[in-house]
Every structure is written in C-alpha cells, then in structure tokens.
Ligand binder design. Sequence first.
Ligand SMILES: CC(C)(COP(=O)(O)OP(=O)(O)OC[C@H]1O[C@@H](n2cnc3c(N)ncnc32)[C@H](O)[C@@H]1OP(=O)(O)O)[C@@H](O)C(=O)NCCC(=O)NCCS
Length: 165
Amino acid sequence: MQTISVRVLDVPDWALYRAVRLAALADAPTAFASTLARELAFPEDRWRERLAGRNQFVAEDGGEVCGLIGVVPADPGVAELVSLWVRPAARGRGVGDLLVREVLRWARDHDVPTVRLWVAEGNEPAERLYTRHDFQRTGTVQPVRAGADALEFAMTRSVRVDEAG
Ligand SMILES: CC(C)(COP(=O)(O)OP(=O)(O)OC[C@H]1O[C@@H](n2cnc3c(N)ncnc32)[C@H](O)[C@@H]1OP(=O)(O)O)[C@@H](O)C(=O)NCCC(=O)NCCS
C-alpha cells in the first residue's frame, strides 16, 4: 500500500481522466448509471468541465492510475460520491478504501454534512466497502438508468467537521 497515492485531477488532466473513466465503463458496465457509448461521444469540453470543480481523484501506483472516484454537490448539504472504480488487477489491496476516505475528507473540508451514493443491487464488493465506511441504506431505490430493469439503492453517511481522517 505504501506506493499508492491519491491526487486530485485538474483540467489539464482531462485526457487521462477520459481514458480512466472509459476504462471503468468498459470494465463494469452494470455498476454505473452512465454507459460507455454515451461517454465515448462526449466532447473535450465536457471532460474539462467535470474536472473544473477539482473533485475527481485518481489513485496511482508507481505513476500508473489504478483507481478513480468523484464527489459532486447534490442537494443542499449533500454531496454525491460517484464513479468509484479500481482496476481489476489492483483490487483487494485497499485502493477503494483510500478513495472513499478522500471523498469523505473532501466533504469535511467543504462543510458538507452528508455524503450520498447509489449502488446497484447485487454489487456486493461495493456495498461491503461502503458499509465498512459507515454508509447505510436509506431505503430509496430507483432504476440504474431510465428504462433499465436493474435497480440501484441509495446509501448515506454523515460527516462531522471534527472527524478524524
Ligand atoms: C468496488 C471496488 C471499487 C472495490 O475496490 P477495492 O480496491 O478492491 O476495494 P477495497 O479496498 O474495499 O478492497 C476489497 C477487499 O479487499 C480487502 N482488502 C483491503 N485492503 C486489503 C489489504 N491490504 N490486504 C488484503 N485485503 C485487503 C478488503 O477487506 C475487501 O474485502 P471484502 O470485499 O471481502 O470486504 C471494485 O471492486 C470495483 O472497481 N468494482 C467495479 C466498479 C464498481 O462496482 N464501482 C462501485 C460503483 S457504486
């Protein structure tokens, strides 16, 4: 784990971000509300806009990206944890833990008291990870995307300003 570090992406990183996000969508098509076909069509500006809020993070192992996560403002006082993905070869080493901790730190630093996320039904590795970080199901369920049969459920977690981490 010592070699793995997490950094925020900035607008000039847009091509790297695009490559990692497309790899995530190709690898785990049922885990995300979006699709590879949809995001392959995004123009450069769309990728740049997503990084302008400085709220997308990558994990790197020896300079190679091994994971991605984002956090975006949602309702007042609520931010959404999005886009979590760890390269298959890097799983089971705590990279997901590092990335979730980074989002919780972001929420604390931005005085956002609640972090929400959506996880597809049956995605047990992801749910175990979120539960380990004290997220709990809210009971809210929705289709993964418009017209899909698959469901995703909401989980939330409170963030205290004095929380360690
Ligand atoms: C879900 C996902 C992000 C988890 O990534 P990860 O880096 O493997 O996550 P973790 O850090 O939690 O590690 C997973 C397992 O390895 C274990 N682990 C963590 N650090 C470890 C270490 N240093 N040594 C041994 N095992 C370790 C964890 O305890 C966990 O075990 P468990 O699943 O039996 O509870 C990854 O599987 C993934 O990218 N899936 C596809 C995309 C996806 O589903 N994203 C979520 C959308 S909501």
